[in-house]
Design a binder for this molecule. Structure first.
Ligand code: MTE
Ligand code: HPA
Ligand code: MOS
Length: 750
């Protein structure tokens, strides 16, 4: 079944935030932001801007009736800067005008006098100066000193990954519509409607029940709208609240690039030890994370780096530490993988480092150390139904890793203008919010008197197809066609207290809630049918829109049954509540069972480097993926393709640059290169691993949103291996992204 939005997307009829028809009298807002990365505000002169015709009001922190505080995990971020600014692009004021154009003209008339203060623009300096978001955290298993004694080979090094711009097609924005009695309806392009509702309530000083969030769909989020959709919504809500007029904001691409945070850059200092037979004996790693100027989701992202510190391997002695550092850059935030990819990259770099020194292909080390059933993760969970080895073996059987390696060697021996490299990437990704409390969801299912169905959940559609999956869950239980089911907007008045759609768990959590509500309704409808047909409920089945009695079809159709049930005054609406069972985590011990299950897979990546130009192409990525039992293979394969290419982009071409003053240089698509149709691998082959699925996955179909991002890791190492084949003097370092520029320098390094 295809994404139910595909036809309206294709026709351009799908409604995004900026497509919502504007109510007459709608005002438009624009943010006035800090020009410097760190400074004391001496004076701001708004007088000329305020006098411009069409400017309605300029709002600052002084206009906030509640708290000037938007921090979710740690309350360390002002909505509008008061006396001090902490990053270039930090909001200071909101210009509300009749048109956006007028607001832009007004912005130019604001005069700000700032005393610049020294800015910290890299996390290493932040660490040296003791500038942290939160205290460091460490996960430990075994004893690394013991592991060191057992190691024949020990290697120390550094791995570095850069930031990444989300580049959702739809930029951040929100539309606030005031209602009677001070109520507000807020349309927001957010992954977390409840988060927006909570923070709006805090800033406006009004209870949450006065604020209704409504989300149709997002033009992409990728984590960038888990927390950072909030400020814009709060700002227009504040304006609407004070002016009693509808107010709208849509960030321009340029403003979105400058003002919002990105994936966290990390530096990892590692030490790895192996025994003679290439078993990893110990791994010590210290991560230095660039959190930016405020906490945002950094503490939670830190956690997922810790959880994925040992990648897909069993390492008996490991110690993983993350320092979350505070700098004067925009606060970094959630991005597909949520700190996991940075952890995976470091362990893969350490393994590659060992492989280079020992003169073996990395896959010889990788395969020997894959996690298996009964092995303990550093966080105490024991691996169950671990498919790491099975997916590796399936990849090997289908793609013949060793033979492929030999063929590449042969190609490289015979060619000089082009060199090839390959790599293998094993995947093991934990599913559940690492913050156990967030693993809950609710759904509301109505059956209307004509037999059509309406479903509301807490899940937000952002292109991943969660709405299609929700329909499939209900259609499957009621045995009606998907066309009978409508998915309502995600609305906090219908489904309250929602977790953000994140952690790849949107379909699992909300789907289970739909399942629970639908099962309750189905049971009641079967009882009603039994009553009508004078039969036992156990003998009733509903199939393809008809009631079956003891296996044979009756005259009683679904529509008739529903209508009869209504006149019998049977309840045709239900709510489902789901909370993932069995999971827990004890932060005082840093041990527990945080994940409902893990997703596994293996990718084999091949790249070709042009040794004259330093350009490269990813020839092919061949994947065996553990979907469980995929409920929608079109959507799921689409998620793998998208995540893979996003991962490749992160590690090979996307390069975020700030100048030493903390101003974003890569602030347009002319200076920030993302993968396009020409840079995607020429071959992407995705094979389903045959497994039983996981019981906590919706319809046994495992979460697929983030895990395949990790497959992109292989692109870095494949390109690097190709450089090694050309230049014996090349001294590989593990600094991503592997840009064309870096490749060229590597090819001719002496
Ligand atoms: N796919 C599309 N098309 N657009 C997106 O914004 N976000 C990703 C992933 N796939 C995203 C996407 C991220 S970061 C997450 S956490 C999951 O989808 C969230 O949705 P799910 O929980 O329903 O998988
Ligand atoms: N993943 C993604 N988003 C989150 C998480 C997580 O584990 N925790 C809080 N937000
Ligand atoms: Mo995804 S980074 O959990 O929104």
């Amino acid at each position: 079944m295809k994404n139910t939005d595909s036809i309206s997307h294709l026709r351009g009829e799908s409604v995004y935030l900026d497509d919502i028809p504007e109510i007459a009298g709608t005002l438009h807002a624009l943010v006035f932001d800090s020009p410097v990365a760190h400074g004391k505000i001496k004076n701001i002169d708004y007088s000329k801007a305020e006098k411009l015709s069409g400017v309605v009001k300029i709002l600052t922190y002084k206009d906030i009736p509640g708290e000037n505080q938007i921090g979710a995990i740690i309350q360390d971020e002002e909505l509008f800067a008061e006396d001090e600014v902490h990053f270039a692009g930090e909001p200071i004021a909101l210009i509300v005008a009749e048109t956006e154009r007028i607001a832009r003209d007004a912005k130019k008339l604001i005069k700000i006098d700032i005393e610049e203060l020294p800015a910290i623009t890299d996390p290493v300096t932040a660490k040296e100066k003791g500038s942290f978001i939160a205290p460091p955290r460490t996960f430990k298993i075994g004893d690394t000193k013991e592991g060191e004694k057992k190691s024949k080979y020990i290697f120390e090094g550094r791995a570095e990954t850069g930031g990444q711009e989300h580049l959702y097609l739809e930029t951040q924005g929100s539309y606030a519509v005031p209602k009677e009695n001070g109520h507000i309806t807020l349309y927001s392009s957010t992954q977390g409607p409840t988060a927006v509702q909570q923070i709006t309530s805090r800033v406006l000083g009004i209870p949450m029940n006065m604020i209704e969030l409504d989300v149709r769909r997002l033009g992409g989020g990728f984590g960038g709208k888990e927390d950072q959709a909030t400020p814009w919504a709060v700002m227009v809500a504040l304006a609407a609240h004070l002016l009693n007029k509808p107010v709208k904001i849509t960030l321009s691409r340029h403003d979105d690039l400058r003002m919002t945070g990105k994936r966290h850059p990390y530096i990892a200092n590692y030490k790895i030890g192996l025994s003679e037979d290439l078993k990893i004996q110990f791994y010590e790693v210290e991560f230095i994370q660039d959190g930016g100027a405020a906490a945002d989701l950094s503490p939670a992202i830190t956690e997922r780096t810790l959880f994925h510190g040992t990648g897909s391997y069993y390492i008996p002695n490991a110690e993983i530490t993350v320092f979350s550092c505070k700098t004067n850059l925009p606060p970094n935030t959630a991005f597909r993988g949520f700190g996991g990819p940075q952890g995976f990259f470091a362990i893969e770099a350490a393994v590659q480092h060992a492989a280079d020194k020992l003169n073996v292909p990395a896959f010889e080390i990788q395969e020997r150390n894959l996690i298996k059933d009964g092995d303990e993760f550093p966080y105490g969970q024991i691996a169950e139904n671990a498919e790491a080895i099975k997916s590796w073996k399936t990849a090997d059987k289908n793609f013949n890793i060793k033979k492929h390696y030999e063929e590449i060697k042969k190609f490289n021996a015979e060619n000089n203008k082009y060199k090839k490299g390959m790599s293998v990437t094993p995947l093991c990704f934990g599913i559940s919010f690492t913050n156990t409390g967030l693993n809950q969801a609710r759904a509301l299912v109505h059956i209307y008197t004509d037999g059509s169905i309406g479903i509301s959940t807490g899940a937000v559609e952002m292109g991943q197809g969660v709405n299609t999956k929700m329909k499939q869950v209900a259609a499957n239980i009621f045995s009606v066609p998907v066309s009978k089911i409508k998915l309502e907007t995600t609305n906090t008045s219908r489904v309250a207290n929602t977790s953000p759609t994140a952690a790849s768990s949107g379909a699992d959590l909300n789907g289970k809630a739909v399942e629970i509500a639908s099962q309750k309704l189905l049971k009641r409808l079967k009882e009603t049918a039994a009553e009508i047909l004078n039969a036992n409920t156990e003998d009733i089945e509903i199939k393809d829109e008809f009631v079956y009695l003891k296996g044979s079809k009756t005259e009683l159709s679904w529509d008739k049954l529903v209508s009869d049930a209504y006149w019998k005054r049977i309840k045709l609406s239900e709510k489902g509540h789901y909370a993932t069972p069995e999971i827990y985590f004890d932060k005082t011990k840093e041990k527990g069972h945080p994940f409902a299950y893990h997703v596994y897979g293996t990718a084999v990546t091949t790249a070709t480097v042009d040794t004259v130009r330093g350009t490269y192409e990813i020839d092919e990525v061949k994947i065996v993926h553990d979907f469980g039992k995929s409920m929608n293979i079109f959507l799921d394969k689409g998620q793998i393709e998208g995540a893979l290419i996003q991962g490749i982009g992160w590690l090979t071409m996307e390069e975020i640059r700030f100048n030493e003053k903390g101003q974003l240089l890569s602030n347009a698509l002319s200076t920030y290169k993302v993968p396009d149709i020409n840079s995607v691998p020429k071959v992407v082959e995705i094979k389903e691993l045959e497994t039983e699925g996981a019981k906590h996955a919706i319809m046994k179909s495992k979460a697929v949103g983030e895990p395949p991002f990790i497959y992109g890791t292989g692109s870095f190492f494949a390109v690097q291996n190709a450089i090694k084949a050309f230049n014996p003097d090349y001294k590989p370092d593990f600094t991503a992204p592997m840009t064309h520029e870096k490749v060229l320098l590597g090819l001719y390094e002496k």
